[in-house]
Ligand binder design. Structure first.
Ligand SMILES: Cc1ncc(COP(=O)(O)O)c(C=O)c1O
Length: 468
């Protein structure tokens, strides 16, 4: 394809160092004239390079070559197990997070942002406005499916991911966690098996455990997520009642499934008439100029259930999320009522105003600039200080890094020692139903870079060397 040729030429210029990190690529217009190709071909080529992690778009400025100086490799993808397993990770998770909460520490464990990165000032202003306009907001329940104007805003935002959904098919929830729980409740019974990717967010595993569900783990490639061919093959091994994946920037590995793979995954589940739950909580936080597609985009037969929230972008404390499905809408609404009766009204009113005001896209652009820089800083510090056997991921969105320490390091012990030194990390074992990833840790890069964070990372590096 023509755009691949254009991209290939730029890639070889980056490799032979004609173009260096920080260099600006020619403008799209200049490049189109120079190469005698259309503007859209150049745009496609630049986006392709961006998705490969070679260049980055800076708003109102252009495309720049990214630093390429990583000397440490990426972690490998695990081999699949061919059967499901029960999940019993809950106690380990509770004890780990209980310990981290008690101390005044540098938080490189939990996936959260520095508070100043959330638009709290604006949200507080909108709160005053909402209180004035609807003084009786708290005097009634906002019954499921939730506040309609807000659901209309959510439906509009789904267009950015290529999906056309109706406000009527959205149920608002208490965060993404409740959305996922409701989605699993409507398509499974205790004892059923759910196909998930591995590693996966530990909260998902806790939900599986509390609903008495078994996990059938599919290995997740650090760049491209699950392989649809592998999913197809594994689905032949065991009866699966639902799939649950994080196609955009999986937590913890940061993988982004290519569109072709997303399409295939939806097709596989649709053919078998198995509900496919997607957790899209990080989808808006891409470093690329193009918002990645949701699985919902390819959901012609209505088997995809999309779950998300604003916890990673606007306000985790509001506890507002949503779940989208036409097929299961009524059941989701019923389960929501049983679960918590209704979603709190005030946060929905405020978020509705925020989305209507139009500041969301600007805010997201700011966040992703901050995150991509912080990921680079943490990556550079790892390369310069950690043992040479260390491997880590190259996420193209989100704000966490998945780090493979030398084989002999037990990450739970590493976590305990780190806490004693005033730093939290999340040990790898909590990201799998089988307690795999014993020598992995997840590092949060959502905190604004500071000398304290650099010192904390160097402490971790020292510990890793000391455990050699
Ligand atoms: C992948 C993923 N899903 C869901 C959640 C939970 O989101 P919420 O706080 O909206 O319930 C998190 C939070 O860390 C997450 O990383």
């Amino acid at each position: 394809l023509l755009y691949e040729q254009v991209a290939g030429e730029i890639e070889s210029q980056i490799q032979n160092q004609t173009l260096s990190p920080g260099d600006r690529l020619p403008s799209v217009r200049q490049m189109s004239r120079a190469q005698k190709v259309s503007i859209s071909t150049v745009v496609q080529a630049y986006i392709h390079l961006e998705q490969k992690g070679l260049v980055e778009a800076r708003p109102q400025s252009g495309f720049y070559v990214k630093p390429q100086g990583f000397q440490l490799p990426e972690p490998d993808t695990k081999k699949p197990h061919f059967k499901s397993t029960s999940v019993s990770i809950g106690d380990v998770i509770s004890s780990i997070f209980g310990a981290a909460r008690e101390k005044d520490i540098i938080h490189l464990g939990a996936a959260c942002l520095s508070p100043e990165l959330y638009p709290s000032k604006k949200l507080n202003r909108l709160t005053s406005q909402v209180l004035k306009e609807t003084p009786l907001h708290s005097a009634q329940y906002d019954m499921p499916p939730g506040y309609l104007p807000f659901r209309k805003q959510l439906a509009k935002r789904m267009l950015h991911s290529g999906a056309k959904v109706r406000a009527e098919d959205i149920v608002t929830t208490a965060g993404a966690m409740e959305a996922i729980t409701l989605a699993l409740k409507v398509c499974t019974r205790p004892g059923d098996t759910v196909m998930i990717e591995s590693p996966i967010y530990y909260g998902t595993l806790q939900v599986l455990q509390s609903l008495g569900l078994k996990a059938f783990e599919v290995p997740c490639h650090p760049r491209t997520g699950v392989d649809p061919d592998e999913v197809r093959a594994l689905l032949k091994k065991e009866k699966v009642k639902a799939g649950l994946f994080i196609p955009n920037f999986n937590n913890p590995v940061g993988s982004l499934m290519p569109d072709e793979n997303k399409k295939s995954l939806v097709q596989i589940f649709s053919e078998k008439e198995i509900p496919l739950i997607e957790d899209d909580i990080y989808g808006d936080l891409t470093f690329s100029s193009q918002r990645p597609s949701t699985l919902k985009r390819y959901d012609n037969d209505d088997w995809v259930i999309t779950c998300s929230s604003f916890s990673k972008t606007l306000a985790p404390g509001y506890r507002v999320g949503w779940v989208i499905s036409k097929r299961f809408q009524e059941q989701l609404e019923r389960e929501k009522f049983i679960s918590t009766v209704a979603t709190a009204s005030l946060p929905q009113y405020i978020l509705n105003q925020y989305l209507a005001d139009g500041g969301y896209d600007r805010h997201i652009r700011h966040l992703k600039d901050v995150f991509s820089q912080q990921i680079h800083r943490v990556s550079d510090t790892i390369c310069q200080n950690f043992p040479k056997e260390t491997k880590f991921t190259r996420p193209l969105g989100g704000f966490v890094l998945w780090v493979e320490l030398p084989k002999h390091i037990d990450s739970v012990k590493f976590h305990d020692q780190a806490l004693q030194k005033g730093v939290s990390v999340t040990p790898g074992v909590v990201f799998s139903a089988r307690g795999s990833y014993k020598n992995f840790i997840r590092l949060n890069c959502g905190n604004l870079w500071s000398p304290e964070i650099e010192r904390a990372l160097k402490k971790l590096a020292q510990m890793a060397h000391g455990m050699e």
